[in-house]
Design a protein around this ligand. Structure first.
Ligand code: ATP
Ligand code: MG
Length: 646
């Protein structure tokens, strides 16, 4: 692991919301006095009924119950929109950049307010009321944000399904929360290709039924099938609706949304988040971690179909009165300079993306980046997977011109917001480490028996106490919630991730606990071997899994994607084995290397190691749930080219 340290630049220590001394003091207070600390932070929102209670949490086995601000009432849309009208009605709320570089649009807070009110009324006119579930299956267009906020405004619970998912995945999610309303578009547009969203919706509904209303946004104007009485053109519905709407008073613990996890480790879970604690946490983390100041242009490249899009494109930024950029396209269309062209076009100051995107762009070299200015950039962020030090350094040096700190933010759909992260004015950076806990977050490392490990150690990452953004239950299945997160280590929230803490108290996520491999009795996180492989100049991406090995117990099987233009052969296999052997040690040297032009990834860009594990075990008959794969086609090629054929 990298031992390099990037100290906080002086100007950052001065200008940021939080410097090192404040971090230490506030962190200590947040742990010693959570009620006092979060009681104060909770005041950042507008409450219709102010809360008098702050935290009421039990992690006790069989009786897990999580409540924050439980006697307060508020409305999320009013906090994200209405309360900014007086001071920033004409400020841009959403800066939309279309798939086609010629398409962009700026929506002010005043315009946002009108759109959200109109759609809230349109939903109501179709009988949608507080507590009803609404499925949103939209591309990255402003209507996705309008729809989320309109649901929040009337107290309906939204469940967003990523626009790239198949009819089957959509069907199971519609059924999972029994939603009667779906909001979709005629077609989506990504990387110049059309996605048949309405046709997929029709197919999904045909499968599960129960849907009586489908709102259809016109995105491409394609001719789509129409079910009279059920389907409504979004534009007609909002044109007819009133632009005024009184937001519903919601209890802090009323549900805000359901969101299914990526499904990297198994069947996706319907994570339920509620109103008050979630918004406090999303807005507070957004402001401090991205050091958001008035006037900044902030861009998170995630999709609203996953939690990062919920907390850090829509709810957190808008609650803070920010200008948030929403991007419909992909990083490599029309060219691999697209991200940086968008940064220059909109003068983006804060940029937040995923390691998978960085590694993909890294494979294309520096030129597509360097030909753009990026002078507006001040801060970079990373989320979704451990970022290997090699990719971190490239992001820092090539994208950020060695000028912008990187916040490597560790969190989960379940956590609602970021839990472990640097604060750019407070934390010296170590490439590859998510560094330190955010306020109120109490991480612990435990061994397999649950013994708490002190000091520098490696173990399973648990969180010993609650924070306001924590999920409250698995929708409709509280027992699964308790079993999944609170039964492995009683009285603690189990993250499922492995982690190392160094002598400076920095946290290094080593990957999923399930991904730890045991080679001749040595336990090893797959992330470490992957980092080493990716550090080789010919390698773009790597995924490592264990497979049964007669002598070692488990052998190391590496799937390697090479940089464009590089051919994989036996000589390169030998070279890579020697490389890892020298870098980490003989114990980590891969036994088998398969060159793979593509890896199976979830829609949020995570490698699905459980599928790779099956292929490496030569047991590809039972791949399990593959419905959340981005491109199911890559799996066949991987099976075909496997290195361990019996
Ligand atoms: P499922 O729970 O269905 O298997 P998932 O865990 O991939 O899906 P998410 O909630 O989107 O679904 O992902 C959270 C996980 O992503 C974390 O548990 C962690 O493994 C990984 N992760 C996210 N951010 C980081 C980061 N900055 N560093 C390391 N790992 C990260
Ligand atoms: Mg998970």
């Amino acid at each position: 692991m990298s031992e390099k340290l990037h100290p906080v630049p002086q100007e950052w220590a001065t200008r940021a919301h939080v410097d090192a001394a404040k971090y230490d003091a506030d962190y200590a207070r947040s742990i010693q006095d959570p009620d006092g600390f979060w009681g104060e932070v909770g005041k950042r929102l507008n409450w219709i009924t102010p809360f008098t209670k702050v935290k009421n949490v039990s992690y006790a086995p069989g009786n897990v119950s999580i409540k924050w601000y439980e006697d307060g009432a508020l409305n999320v849309a009013a906090n994200c929109v209405d309360r900014h009208l007086a001071t920033r009605g004409d400020q841009v709320a959403i800066l939309w950049e279309g798939d086609d570089p010629k398409d962009s649009k700026a929506i002010t807070y005043r315009e946002l307010h009108e759109q959200v009110c109109r759609f809230a009324n349109a939903l109501k006119s179709r009988g949608v009321k507080k507590g009803d579930r609404v499925t949103i299956y939209l591309p990255m267009i402003p209507e996705a944000a309008y729809a989320m906020l309109a649901c929040a405004r009337i107290g309906a619970v939204h469940s967003i399904v990523f626009g790239g998912f198949s009819p089957d995945s959509l069907a199971s999610r519609i059924e999972g929360c029994a939603s009667k309303v779906v909001i979709t578009a005629d077609e989506g547009l990504r990387g110049g290709r059309k996605v048949p969203l309405k046709a997929n919706t029709d197919a999904a509904i045909a499968k599960v039924g129960g849907v009586d209303t489908v709102f259809v946004v016109t995105r491409t104007g394609a001719d789509v099938a129409w079910t009279e009485g059920r389907d409504i053109r979004y534009e007609d519905a909002v044109a007819e609706a009133s632009p005024e709407h009184e937001p519903e008073a919601m209890n802090a613990e009323d549900p805000l949304f359901i969101l299914y996890t990526s499904g990297s480790t198994g069947q996706p879970k319907g994570v339920l988040h509620t109103t008050g604690g979630y918004l406090v946490y999303a807005s507070y983390t957004h402001q401090l971690i991205f050091d958001y100041h008035d006037g900044d242009i902030y861009w998170c490249t995630a999709d609203v179909g996953w939690v990062t899009g919920h907390s850090y494109i829509v709810y957190g930024p808008l609650a803070n009165g920010a200008t948030t950029l929403m991007f419909e396209g992909v990083p490599n269309y029309p060219s691999t300079s697209r991200f940086w062209e968008v940064v220059d076009k909109h003068k983006v100051n804060i940029f937040y993306t995923a390691p998978t995107a960085i590694r993909a762009l890294m494979g294309g070299g520096e030129e597509p980046v360097k030909k753009t200015s990026r002078a507006s950039l001040r801060l970079l962020g990373s989320v979704g997977e451990p970022i290997n030090p090699e990719a971190w350094e490239w992001y820092y040096r090539v994208v950020g011109d060695s000028r912008c700190p990187i916040v490597d933010t560790w969190w989960q759909t379940e956590t609602g917001g970021i839990l472990i992260t640097p604060l750019p004015g407070a934390t010296d950076l170590k490439p590859g480490s998510a560094t330190k806990p955010f306020f109120g977050v109490k991480p612990e490392l435990v061994d397999a028996e649950g013994k708490v490990l002190e000091g520098a150690a490696e173990g399973n990452l648990v969180i010993a106490d609650s924070w306001p953004g924590q999920m409250r239950t698995v929708y409709g299945d509280h027992k699964r919630f308790e079993d999944t997160y609170f039964s492995t280590y009683p009285n603690k929230y189990f993250t499922g991730d492995g982690c190392r803490r160094d002598a400076d108290g920095y946290y290094w996520i080593t990957g999923r606990v399930d991904d730890v491999i045991n080679v001749s009795g040595h336990r090893m996180g797959t992330a470490e071997v992957e980092s080493s492989l990716v550090a080789h100049e010919k390698v773009a991406e790597a995924a490592v899994v264990g497979y049964p090995h007669d002598v070692k117990g488990q052998g190391i099987y590496a799937y390697v994607t090479l940089n464009s233009g590089v051919e994989g052969d036996d000589a390169l296999r030998k070279e890579l084995v020697a490389w890892v052997r020298k870098d980490i040690g003989p114990i980590a040297a891969p036994d088998l290397i398969q060159f793979a032009p593509g890896l199976p990834k979830t829609r949020s860009g995570k490698i699905m190691r459980r599928i790779l594990r099956k292929i490496a075990e030569d047991d590809f008959g039972a791949l399990g749930d593959t419905s959340t794969l981005a491109d199911p086609g890559v799996v066949e090629d991987l099976i075909d080219q496997r290195q361990n054929k019996a």
